[in-house]
Write a protein that binds this ligand. Structure first.
Ligand SMILES: Cc1cc2nc3c(=O)[nH]c(=O)nc-3n(C[C@H](O)[C@H](O)[C@H](O)COP(=O)(O)OP(=O)(O)OC[C@H]3O[C@@H](n4cnc5c(N)ncnc54)[C@H](O)[C@@H]3O)c2cc1C
Length: 385
């Protein structure tokens, strides 16, 4: 797409959307940009919602992002309802049509829910976090369904408020994302804080209706609590693209430059990259949203001359006093080496290998430049001497 005074519309109001706006300006697009966000709020960051905001150590005002670049019009409360690719129009829920020359799809994801009850609590947006923070202030007990990084962060925050916490999962807690050894260290930290980790391969059923009062596991055990929160993954927000052929329930599949078509790009939690025989895969992490949004903006402005997107997986979590950063992917069958420090002392530099080759690296309570972690994970080439 040629740049200049062409109108670019960005649909979505979070980090992929705002990063795309910054990157479009850096790429030299000086025409108008309109951001359509369904949220009532200006763009904010989600990672603190399950951490400092839930604990109450940071207020809601701390999560808002800095201002968008000059010439960007932010429209909050503007929900895209459908897309007409032939006429290049985004149709809003109120019937308004917004024309575009270039389009960025950045509608992210929402929490996957186990049931249909409005009483099922999740932590996906600012209102979820503020409502849960207020509820935890008077709750004595909480059950969290889902022992991945998000469920365990919520558990850690709730426990720090003095709430009795049980975390139920069908898989071993944290193992899928952190591998067996690091997950065991994190789980030990949780149990040392008095948290109960329950595993039931048959999953759970939520009990109650308007307010969920507990869960029944597949083995029949009932865990009641004042608050029940589910943290069982996320679903891409793609329904507004129905009928365009651009999306599947698994997300919007992009090419090696984050393009969907020459005039449409996608980035962040809704974008799925081709991933071998298993098919396209989303990477719902903060750093991925940043990287993809930059690649997508470059592709919209420069077309085939834009660099190919090189994924550099990176994510972090904070729980139980452990500040953990991971570059690369800890796949099944990887072996962990502690390069320095020790897991027991919660101070370590880590590397995972698969068939003798590095695939991931991480830190526990250590400051190491992200570039170094990527080099240890072999997700970034070692610079020439
Ligand atoms: C509580 C929480 C904690 C997290 N912690 C970490 C962490 O520690 N480390 C990490 O790496 N990642 C973390 N993540 C993941 C990270 O926040 C996401 O990967 C990131 O927010 C994805 O950004 P996005 O812009 O693609 O999508 P989202 O953040 O999902 O934003 C999409 C935006 O589009 C809007 N939208 C949706 N549909 C429409 C529509 N039809 N029309 C208009 N607007 C629409 C939504 O309202 C939303 O504002 C966390 C996520 C959550 C929820």
């Amino acid at each position: 797409m040629r740049s200049g005074r062409r109108e670019i519309v960005v649909v979505g109001g979070s980090v992929a959307a705002t990063t795309a706006c910054d990157a479009l300006r850096q790429e030299g697009h000086d025409g108008p940009i309109t951001v359509l966000s369904e949220e009532a709020y200006a763009p904010y960051v989600r990672p603190p919602l399950s951490k400092a905001v839930l604990k109450g150590t940071e207020g809601a005002e701390s999560v808002f992002m800095s201002a968008l670049p000059a010439g960007v019009t932010l429209r909050t409360g503007a929900r895209a309802a459908s897309l007409d690719t032939a006429r290049r129009r985004v149709l809003l829920a109120d019937g308004e049509e917004v024309p575009y020359d270039g389009l960025v799809l950045a509608t992210g994801a929402r929490a996957r829910r186990l049931g249909t009850s409005l009483g099922e609590r999740v932590v996906r947006d600012l209102d979820d976090a503020l409502a849960l923070r207020d509820r935890l202030a008077t709750a004595r007990s909480a059950v969290i369904v889902g022992g991945g990084f998000l469920g365990m962060e919520i558990a850690s925050s709730a426990r720090s408020l003095g709430v009795e916490v049980t975390v139920v999962d069908r898989d071993p807690h944290l193992v899928r994302q952190f591998g067996r050894d690091l997950a065991a260290r994190m789980a030990a930290a949780a149990t040392a804080e008095g948290v109960r980790l329950v595993r039931d391969e048959d999953g759970v059923e939520l009990l109650g209706d308007r307010e969920i009062t507990g869960v029944r596991t597949g083995s029949g055990a009932v865990h009641e609590a004042d608050v029940v929160i589910t943290a069982v993954g996320c679903r891409p927000n793609v329904e507004w693209l129905d009928g365009t052929g651009l999306a599947t329930p698994a997300g919007v599949t992009v090419d090696s430059r984050c393009r969907v078509r020459p005039d449409i790009v996608a980035a962040g939690d809704l974008a799925a990259r081709p991933h071998g025989p298993a098919g396209p895969r989303r990477t719902p992490h903060w750093a991925n949203a940043l990287d993809q949004a930059r690649s997508a903006a470059a592709a919209l402005v420069r077309g085939d001359e834009a660099p190919v997107h090189r994924p550099r997986p990176f994510f972090w979590t904070e729980q139980w006093g452990l500040d953990i950063k991971i570059a690369g992917e800890i796949r099944p069958g990887t072996e962990l080496s502690v390069l320095d420090g020790s897991l027991r002392d919660a101070d370590a530099l880590l590397q995972w290998t698969l068939d003798g080759r590095p695939v991931a690296a991480g830190t526990v309570n250590r400051r190491v430049p992200v570039g170094r972690l990527h080099r240890l994970a072999a997700t970034e080439p070692v610079p020439a001497a």
